[in-house]
Design a protein around this ligand. Structure first.
Ligand code: PLP
Length: 453
């Protein structure tokens, strides 16, 4: 045994080493504290100091659908690693797990979206979808359709293309020119509609803004619009029911494709295999990742209509795009085992049950001065915090997350003023109660400046 991997390190040692060597994704300043996780089972995870946490965040990142430490997933990965860990999917190469997973996804996807391109995660998926949309129009004789429309407060990833589509200014600052031909419009934000749009009909405002944006660019120059059916990183923003059907109609009238970013929503998170059909979104391309493997291996899948696939990867076309690990056998084996568990344990339906528990337990949040809005979609909840309910002045939620972790050993995420719950779909009734009780306790101690007493 060489030192490094085999030598047992204390929790404190690992935290120090983390501080010395690791740059964390989305790190903000020098992290003063760090939490090195080492094991997990179901909805529980343990750090290197032996502290056990209730994971109400889905591995800190909206996933872990089937729960931590599943032997079925470990077995699938081990078996595949011993049989064929890797072979390329480039050109005419393939592997059995990628083929079987593509077939499986085609069966689960909304009707017509039965062609699949594999990536390593959500950013690569969004990147691929943007290229696919532009290439589709190019190959069909409309090469000027290069513009992509996305929305403020959208999270679509962190590579240059997906990062440009992401609607958070910090993602674009200090990294030079972003992807050209990306325009952004306002997000649907019912709780803040009066403030943001000053309009009695939020969908009407958003549709007018979208139409004006398309006209400004030129309808024949727009390739696609991309959007999350429910915006996750924006703080679980749920659009009004007429939003997506009207957006879809408008885009169709201009020949513009619609890309649904279902990286968060698909595979049960909001209580459906895919979220977009239930919202009347009717997308041409769907990007997925996260719940596809519950995080047991990195994988994303971009689903598209046959005519889009034919335009970019049919006779006479070219699709000069792809990654060494596209269709990786280990990731695809993990996804197949993950889908077996999701189906076998009816976890998509269970997400709706969890939503019911959250609704029941969060009902009393209404009585708390700092709670402005509660949004629950399946096994996801956003609790938006305010300094004042009348003015709806937002309060940053970071101190709430820290207090939940340090005082109650419950892990959640915060997005600006919104606390987000996104637990494993195997979370128990009592664990949901514990999560919400802890949350309400901390929020009841929150002052208008965002400090927890
Ligand atoms: N799209 C959405 C909606 C996401 O929430 C994320 C990540 O959180 C991404 C895309 C990017 O995925 P990844 O981090 O796997 O690249």
């Amino acid at each position: 045994h060489g030192f490094g991997t085999a030598r047992l390190r204390s929790g404190r040692e690992l935290e120090d080493l983390d501080g010395r060597h690791l740059i964390h994704p989305h790190q903000s300043g020098a992290q003063s504290d760090r939490f090195v996780m080492v094991s997990g089972e179901g909805s529980l995870v343990r750090d290197a100091n032996g502290v056990e946490y209730l994971d109400a965040s889905g591995g800190g990142n909206w996933l872990a659908q089937v729960g931590h430490g599943r032997p079925e997933l470990a077995a699938a990965l081990t078996e595949q690693a011993g049989r064929l860990a890797y072979f390329s999917c480039f050109f005419n190469f393939s592997n059995d797990k990628a083929v079987l997973l593509a077939e499986r996804l085609a069966g689960l996807a909304p009707a017509g979206l039965d062609r699949v391109f594999f990536t390593c995660g959500g950013s690569e998926g969004v990147e691929s979808a943007i290229k696919l949309a532009r290439l589709y129009h190019h190959h069909r004789g409309e090469p000027d359709r290069t513009w992509i429309i996305s929305r403020d407060l959208a999270y679509h990833g962190a590579t240059y293309g997906s990062g440009t589509a992401t609607g958070f200014p910090l993602m674009h600052r200090g990294i030079g020119p972003s992807l050209p031909h990306v325009a952004r419009v306002s997000p649907p934000y019912p709780y803040r509609a009066a403030q943001m749009y000053g309009d009695a009909d939020p969908t009407g405002f958003l549709l007018r803004e979208l139409e004006e944006t398309i006209q400004r660019i030129g309808p024949g120059r727009v390739a696609a619009m991309i959007g999350e059916p429910v915006m996750g990183g924006g703080g679980v923003l749920v659009p009004p029911p007429d939003y997506w059907p009207r957006v879809r109609d408008l885009l169709t009238s201009h020949g513009i494709l619609l890309i649904a970013d279902e990286v968060v929503t698909a595979f049960g998170r909001t209580g459906a295999w895919f979220d977009s059909p239930g919202r009347g979104m009717d997308p041409d391309i769907i990007v997925t990742a996260k719940g596809l493997t519950s995080g047991y291996a990195p994988l994303g899948a971009v689903l598209m209509r046959a005519d889009i696939a034919a335009a970019v990867a049919g006779d006479g076309a070219y699709f000069f795009h792809g990654h060494t690990y596209s269709g990786h056998p280990l990731s695809c084996a993990a996804a197949l085992a993950n889908l077996d568990v999701l189906e076998g344990e009816d976890l998509v339906e269970r997400a709706r049950t969890i939503g019911g528990w959250l609704r029941e337990d969060l009902a009393s949040a209404d009585g708390l001065e700092r709670v402005g809005d509660v949004r629950i979609e399946g096994a996801t909840a956003g609790v938006e915090l305010v300094a004042d309910r009348a003015t709806r002045t937002p309060v940053m939620a970071g101190a709430v997350t820290a207090a939940l972790r340090d005082r109650h050993q419950v892990i959640v995420r915060d997005y600006g003023p919104t606390i987000v719950l996104s637990p494993p779909l195997v979370i128990g009734r009592e664990q949901v109660r514990r999560t919400v009780r802890a949350l309400l306790d901390v929020v009841s101690r929150l002052d208008e400046n965002g400090a927890v007493g």
